[in-house]
Design a binder for this molecule. Structure first.
Ligand code: ADP
Length: 199
């Protein structure tokens, strides 16, 4: 079983960019966003339960989850949002544990945007925080998602603060510089994790 390194950071901090650099070294990357989609794929107990509770209107004509319909519905129905979280969070957690256990690399990354918010630190042995200033987050997220300063600020306010995230960090990557500045930081962490993972 691999050493599990949790990777977190706010929106646009560079989690995917950092994870790609570890993946290029052959390290397994498990992504919470992908798992969150897997647990509601057609034919899963997750999607079946959603259809049973809310009806066909939450599915697309192809039978997949209609994400925007579900998002709009739970936005205005907090009790249904709580129901949905109670349904999906345990499934996501189970899948994360299963996938980290299946990893065959000396260590693996578990990338979880809302690690702090959802208290998922217990699934990893160490937490690596990708840290940037709010200005960098706003600028890069705006460029990537074509979103306004206002929209990014709203998302930032709904997420854990930079301070809350740094409080649980074992390791920190600073990503305010250009992407070349990530390389030596990732190289050093890779060496450190290999050493920690050594029998
Ligand atoms: P996250 O996964 O944390 O949301 P991403 O890795 O997608 O963040 O990075 C957000 C955006 O910023 C992407 O478009 C990415 O290409 C870009 N980016 C990430 N790191 C840097 C950097 N050091 N310099 C310039 N652009 C960057």
């Amino acid at each position: 079983m691999s050493l599990v390194i949790g990777v977190t950071g706010g929106i646009g901090s560079g989690k995917s960019t950092v994870a790609d650099l570890f993946a290029a070294k052959g390290i397994d990357v498990i992504d919470a966003d992908i798992i969150a989609r897997q647990v509601v794929e057609p034919g899963t107990p997750g999607l079946n339960a959603i259809e049973k509770k809310f009806g066909r209107s939450m599915l697309t004509s192809e039978g997949a989850l209609n994400r925007s319909a579900l998002r709009a519905h739970v936005f205005s129905h907090p009790e249904d949002k709580a129901w949905l979280n109670a349904l999906l969070h345990p499934k996501i957690r189970e899948a994360m544990i299963e996938q980290t256990q299946q990893s065959t690399t000396p260590y693996c990354l578990l990338v979880v945007p809302l690690l702090v918010e959802n208290g998922l630190q217990s699934l990893c042995q160490r937490v690596l925080v990708v840290d940037v200033s709010e200005n960098t987050q706003i600028k890069r997220t705006g460029l990537r998602d074509n979103s306004s300063v206002e929209q990014v600020k709203n998302i930032l306010n709904a997420q854990a603060s930079r301070t809350e995230r740094l409080a649980i960090a074992d390791d920190i990557v600073n990503n305010d510089g250009d992407d070349k500045e990530l390389i030596p930081q990732i190289d050093a962490l890779h060496a450190q994790y290999l050493q920690l993972a050594a029998p």
